[in-house]
Write a protein that binds this ligand. Sequence first.
Ligand code: PMV
Length: 358
Amino acid sequence: MARARPGAATFEAPPNIALVKYWGVRDRALALPYNSSISVSLDRLRSRTRVAFEPSLEADEVEINGRPAGGGPREAVVKFLDRVRSLAGTSAHAVVSSENNFPTASGLASSASGFAALAGAATRAAGLTLSDRSLGRLARFGSGSASRSIFGGFVEWRAGARADGQDCYARSLFGPTHWPELRDVVVLVRGAPTKAVRSQDAMQATVATSPYFGERQRELPGRIARIRSAIGARDAERLFPLVMQECDSFRWVCETTRPSLDYLTATSRAVLARVQDENRAAGRPIGAYTHDAGAHVHVFTLRRHVDRLRRSFGEVPGVERTLELRAGPGARRVGDDRALRARGGRSRARGARARSSG
Ligand code: PMV
């Protein structure tokens, strides 16, 4: 770990969508998950975060999407900066400004991209140069899934078994160009509620109260091995049913949590049913739905089925629009003055609307 004088740095990082969900913490102090998870880092959507340490400041200044942050979001950033300060041996406060080119807290995982970008920018600004593995280990203290957003393409966050967490880390399984035909059609639903309970708290309610949490843990090692292997072989017909099975298992432990966790709207549920209808009509799995703790639905498919599926989802009442995404790069340092734009994009606000329908 190299050190230099504290200064400023800017990082961008992608959101990711989990094919195998992280849902349950086995050690809160060390931020260790119960189970390993697998995700795809997405292209075009980005959080971009600049951190500048300034010894003259009396407190951290945090701005998210152009507005001063307060309450929980500010506290989370300050707590994260404290961790970086103690690693770097500095007490300087920082100015942090972060923006997303997609809606915050909408089920598009802005906490993953946000904390991955913050981990990169804050450590570099503090004069530290960490390996990607160490950055992932740090990022998980902001948000577990952020550890995966350090890497591009297909990523596994290994839960490990040790009490000290030494065998818990995220790593790249396959790079962003591994499966060029694969697409993620993101179906944005109207009126998606913003999260009432933070994922970190919601998942612990599941651990404590869902009668099916144990069963899910027993199923996961086998499912993870099969999903890893199907991705490796670029075998959509093997992968897609497994992805839906995993999503159903995640939704089931959420629904059986007390009080019940229900992230979907009637429109989201109609999209899940639509995927099943399309698969039945095609006589084989051409799409796989999944969702996180939010109402938007991600549908994995192959390039040749994209138009058909987008048309079909566009007919579902309550669907706002769809985006066509691919696997993309991981976190990276960018020039301080670079504007945040979706690829081929125009203004920031229009970034996430690029290539959208409806
Ligand atoms: O990283 P967190 O604390 O926001 O939790 C993420 C939980 C899910 O998005 C539902 C699953 C996952 O693995 O990304």
